[in-house]
Design a protein around this ligand. Structure first.
Ligand code: HEM
Length: 233
């Protein structure tokens, strides 16, 4: 009697899709924390020029001295952000590539339509966030793209000059909306990948994700909109 040989690829724990999704989840949750802090920090615009410029100067100078040397925190933060970004994007790519490959095999399990819609939305918003993030850093961090400000302008003056233009408010609204849409799905999905969502907590997590996404949107957009309407002079 002929025996059939099944050749299987050896899978180690860190090459399984479950593990890759956990990496995506943890790096994603780090970004949610960052967005909460960043949008909260930007609200210092409402406290006036001195408070905002002092905050921006502190981040690039005395932040967490003496744990870090003067000016050290911002570079540790940047390095960590790049590392987490590489992990997040690479794991998203691996999951996408594997599901694409699986679709071309004969034994396909018909996927939940809502799931594939969410996954597609995450990919589109993810690519949009990456593109606008490059613009954002060239704009506010390096000052390569100048919108009504000069190289000598302080961080506060750069914000005020930028959001005089309704087009810049719109562009940043698209950027922030893409990030918040990504968070709204990504947050509960991350907890799901970590195995922390049960059937009785699922609705709560979905609602909580929507609230966090909405909160980040409002906190980010409050300063630009207030500048455009002259509430922040
Ligand atoms: C209305 C929305 C936003 C405004 C007004 C804003 C404004 C700023 C400003 C003023 C800085 C500091 C630049 C400096 O003084 O060096 C900054 C840094 C940064 N922003 Fe935003 N931001 C917004 C949304 C976002 C979003 C949605 C993301 C991510 C998806 C993001 C990611 C970053 C990063 C990574 C930095 C740090 C760059 C660095 O110094 O290394 N920002 N942002």
């Amino acid at each position: 009697m002929a025996t059939s040989t099944v050749v299987t690829k050896k899978r180690r724990a860190w090459t399984t899709t479950v593990f890759v999704k956990q990496l995506m989840a943890i790096s994603g949750l780090v970004f949610v924390l960052f967005l909460l802090f960043h949008s909260y920090g930007n609200l210092k615009m409402f406290l006036g020029q001195e408070a905002y410029d002092h905050y921006a100067e502190w981040l690039k100078g005395d932040a967490f001295v003496p744990i870090f040397p003067h000016g050290g925190f911002i570079w540790v933060f940047r390095l960590a952000m790049v590392l987490f970004l590489v992990i997040h994007v690479a794991s998203a790519f691996i999951v996408w590539y594997r599901s694409k490959k699986a679709r071309h095999t004969r034994y396909v399990i018909k996927k939940n339509v809502a799931n594939s819609y969410a996954a597609r939305t995450m990919r589109v918003s993810g690519v949009l966030i990456l593109a606008l993030l490059v613009f954002h850093i060239l704009h506010f961090t390096t000052g390569t793209v100048k919108t009504g400000f000069t190289a000598d302008s302080t961080p506060y003056e750069r914000m005020i000059a930028t959001f005089q233009s309704p087009w810049m408010v719109l562009l940043y609204a698209v950027f922030v909306a893409a990030a918040c849409l990504h968070v709204s799905h990504g947050f509960w999905s991350a907890f799901q990948s970590l195995g922390w969502v049960r059937s009785n907590t699922r609705t709560f997590m979905v609602v909580l994700s929507g609230i966090i996404g909405g909160l980040i949107f409002v906190m980010f957009m409050a300063p630009p909109v207030s500048i455009a309407f002259g509430i922040i002079p």
